[in-house]
Design a protein around this ligand. Structure first.
Ligand code: HEM
Length: 445
């Protein structure tokens, strides 16, 4: 099997389609990472975009080395694109907004980002995905939940002790949201306890890697860049070491599956092992972390919903999909058209890039009445696209739901007065809704 990083074509940022139907409204720059750090997802602007130009052409500025793309913001269009993997390929140009060869940063990070199941098409994608399945079944997750529940209480104990020394206030992200997904994932992967904090550290660097490697104006010191490069190197070295170990000494864990699964009749080469390692630790960590934090923000903003949960904790499983709809932790996935297609009257030609904005689709008023309001009783809470849909639909969605449900049952049971104080920070990232700080008042007496 050919390695995508070896065959991917350079992106042409000057290409402009001759057949643009809608004029793209101004007001927000989808390539400006600092704008995302300032505002989080641009929901107001997404509403404008969806109404005026549901399929809008986005031309990157000259200095940014990525192809222009069509942005999809209607639920119907995003769903249609995600379901049609034959026409919209992940394996031709990858799922991110460009993988510039010229960008600064470690080459190993670029090739790993290009070589994993999420950037594969058929026939290779499904067998690789199926090999992971034993760690994503309801039975396995029910067993995992027992240790997740214990970990939630341990983290909440620590967080409470810290808050007691600080007027009841504490950062939810660094004390809870980033630790729980890391714990869960490490249990699945079979990572030794002593190594786990490193993964949280690597996650911080990965989250701002896009800013460091693609933004020529990134405000970081040379010392920070050195630390970044060192950490990324360590992350891949560690992944390589544990995967080599599992090839020699198989265990009953997800790392062993990744280390021993074959693609196209051969064991995965180092580049695919790097990619699988990167995909699983990023996809499994960052997304759930931001859902945990974003849900706290929502339950503070929508007090009626919080009160319903306090009155009846059995409603937590209904709240979780509604919170995911509103948070949309993954902002987009990109595809490359392999054949002519059409969305909302806009013609798409082969070779053109299409970006599906999940956060915009999830607030489409044609599908969700009063879309910016949290309402766990809406009759179509499960129609959100936060996990995507189609052949690449999130493999870890049950794991994520289990963690969110377990966490919020315990948080609300133990700290019914907990609330976001209004202080928060987002990392400069336009791929994930990266909440890097969220202060809460734990409502202690
Ligand atoms: C709230 C948490 C999460 C969200 C919002 C989320 C979202 C997503 C999205 C949008 C995709 C792409 C879907 C598409 O292209 O249609 C995806 C794929 C994926 N996710 Fe998640 N994810 C979450 C948690 C997790 C967890 C906990 C894991 C692993 C333990 C995981 C593993 C994966 C993998 C392996 C893929 C690639 C699947 C494939 O290509 O077949 N995710 N996720």
């Amino acid at each position: 099997m050919q390695t995508l990083s070896d065959i991917i074509e350079a992106e042409d940022n000057s290409y402009r389609p001759p057949h643009i139907k809608y004029e793209t409204p101004g007001g927000f720059d989808l390539m400006d990472l600092m704008a995302f750090a300032e505002h989080g997802q641009p929901y107001e602007w997404f509403h404008k975009l969806r109404a005026q130009a549901p399929v809008a052409w986005w031309q990157p500025p000259e200095h940014i080395d990525v192809a222009g793309f069509w942005s999809l913001t209607r639920h119907e269009d995003v769903k249609k694109c995600d379901l049609d993997a034959k026409r919209f390929s992940s394996g031709t140009g990858g799922i991110l907004m460009g993988y510039s060869e010229k960008a600064a940063g470690p080459k190993r990070l670029r090739s790993a980002a290009l070589n994993s199941m999420i950037t594969m098409d058929q026939p290779f994608h499904i067998p690789l995905r199926m090999a992971h399945r034993p760690f994503f079944t309801p039975d396995y997750i029910a067993r995992l939940q027992v240790s997740v529940e214990r970990e939630v209480d341990r983290l909440l104990d620590k967080m409470e002790a810290k808050a007691r020394k600080n007027d009841g206030k504490v950062d939810l992200v660094t004390n809870f949201s980033e630790w729980l997904p890391m714990f869960t994932l490490c249990e699945m992967l079979g990572i030794d306890e002593k190594d786990r904090p490193k993964i949280v550290r690597w996650m911080h660097y990965l989250e701002i890697s896009q800013y460091i490697v693609t933004d020529p104006d990134a405000k970081v010191t040379p010392l920070f860049i050195m630390k970044f490069l060192w950490n990324i190197r360590q992350m891949f070295r560690y992944g390589q070491k544990v995967l080599e170990d599992r090839r020699r000494n198989p265990r009953d864990d997800l790392l062993t599956v990744i280390a021993t699964t074959e693609v196209d009749g051969e064991p995965m080469n180092q580049s695919y092992l790097d990619g699988s390692w990167l995909l699983i630790i990023f996809a499994g960590n960052d997304t759930t972390r931001n859902s945990l934090s974003g849900t706290m923000r929502l339950l503070t903003q929508f007090q009626d919903q919080k009160q319903m949960l306090l009155d009846d904790p059995n409603l937590v499983p209904k709240m979780v999909p509604e919170a995911l709809r509103l948070v949309s932790p993954v902002m987009y996935m990109r595809r490359t058209a392999l054949a002519e297609a059409e969305f909302s009257g806009q013609q798409i030609m082969p070779g053109e890039k299409v970006v599906m904005y999940y956060g915009a689709a999830n607030r489409d008023p044609d599908v969700f009445v009063d879309p910016d309001r949290m309402d766990m009783h809406r009759n179509n809470v499960e129609d959100h696209l936060a996990f995507g849909t189609g052949p690449h639909v999130c493999l870890g969605q049950r794991i994520a739901n289990m963690q969110l449900e377990t966490a919020y049952r315990r948080i609300l049971d133990r700290f019914p007065n907990i609330a976001w104080t209004g202080n928060q920070r987002h990392a400069p990232n336009n791929f994930v809704n990266a909440i890097s700080h969220l202060e809460v008042d734990m409502g202690l007496n």
